[in-house]
Design a protein around this ligand. Structure first.
Ligand code: FE2
Ligand code: FE2
Length: 331
């Protein structure tokens, strides 16, 4: 049997459980928060006073902070790329006639995610600290450029990727929220924290998908996990560019910014890997094929190896001047 068929069979075998995953890890639409809950109400006479407060509080935040928040927002705004990518994954079938649990999941997950870019975009617009046109051009470029995360259409690799990535975004939104609070910006802090909460639920869901696959096809999923880690988990915005620049040119400067600020660092990458190894009990899996056993050993040794590499790693301390943010203050 081909590799592809095993994956399809596993996806089909798990499909009846997906509704249960949705009930456990997503929140019904009528109950979940909406961007408006955190933003000034434009139908209310207080709108201008509340917006003025946002603009005042925004002045306390520095250049690296804004660059990071803008890039986080753009990453969220490129959601069409992620939805179309996931819909194309083997076993996630939106054309099968009867409602397929996996495609239902992708739509519901997308619907939750869509609120993230929405709330952040509106906040950036009201803050008065950002060149929105430049942000919009970058967003349009990023969606148009797509991404290449090395997962192909393989559900195993895609779920390993999303498990990793949802936790990475949880960490970065949480840290941005903490910094905003330290600078007295309560509203932005609340927004970032509530987004971080969504990312955590999504992480827990994808982590469970992988765990369930592990019960069905441990060899396949361990090899897929190791393969993703060998390639390195690239950020979904790795093609980021500014207006007039070529593809991917803004990404490195943004990730240096996030490192300098401590919003998302090489150490976080290692910690996420360790958490995944623990939760999926990679250390305890026995009876694997020879090839999967090699992959398992690779995964077990990887955190230490990455630790040694990260200690030698350097990142730029120079502030690159992005077109998105006027350099007004270095707080
Ligand atoms: Fe998100
Ligand atoms: Fe997410």
């Amino acid at each position: 049997m081909s590799l592809k068929n095993i994956r399809l069979e596993v996806m089909q075998a798990i499909e009846p459980k997906v509704q249960g995953f949705m009930d456990s890890f997503l929140i019904p639409i009528e109950e979940i928060w909406q961007p408006s809950d955190f933003l000034p109400d434009s139908q209310n006479d207080n709108f201008f006073a509340e917006t003025e407060q946002i603009r005042e509080e925004a002045k306390e935040l520095g250049y690296d902070f804004w660059v990071t928040l803008v890039a986080d927002t753009i990453t969220e705004e490129a959601l069409p790329t992620y939805e179309s990518w996931l819909m194309d994954v083997e076993g996630i079938d939106q054309h099968s006639g009867k409602e397929n649990g996996w495609s239902k999941w992708v739509r519901a997950w997308t619907a939750e995610e869509n609120r993230h870019g929405d709330v952040l975009n509106k906040y950036l617009y009201l803050s008065g600290r950002v060149n929105m046109r430049e942000v919009e051009i970058t967003t349009q470029h990023l969606i148009s450029d797509g991404f290449d995360i090395g997962t192909d259409r393989d559900p195993y690799k895609n779920f390993v990727y999303t498990t990793f990535q949802e936790l990475a975004t949880n960490i970065s939104h949480k840290r941005v929220g903490k910094m905003a609070r330290q600078k007295g910006n309560g509203l932005l802090s609340k927004m970032c924290n509530i987004i971080a909460g969504d990312e955590m639920r999504h992480h827990l869901a994808y982590r469970e998908f992988v765990k369930t696959i592990m019960g069905q096809d441990p060899n396949g999923i361990i090899e897929a996990f190791a393969d993703m880690m060998k390639k390195k988990i690239v950020m979904p915005a790795h093609f980021l560019r500014e207006s007039g620049e070529s593809i991917g040119t803004a990404f490195e400067q943004f990730s240096d910014c996030a490192q300098r600020l401590g919003v998302y660092t090489a150490q976080d990458y290692i910690e996420i890997l360790k958490k995944l190894n623990d939760y999926w009990e990679v250390g305890n899996i026995r009876g694997l094929s020879e090839q999967a056993e090699k992959a398992r050993e690779y995964l077990m040794k990887l955190p230490e190896r990455l630790q040694r590499i990260s200690e030698r790693m350097q990142f730029s301390q120079d502030q690159y001047k992005f077109k998105w943010v006027q350099a007004n203050g270095m707080l």
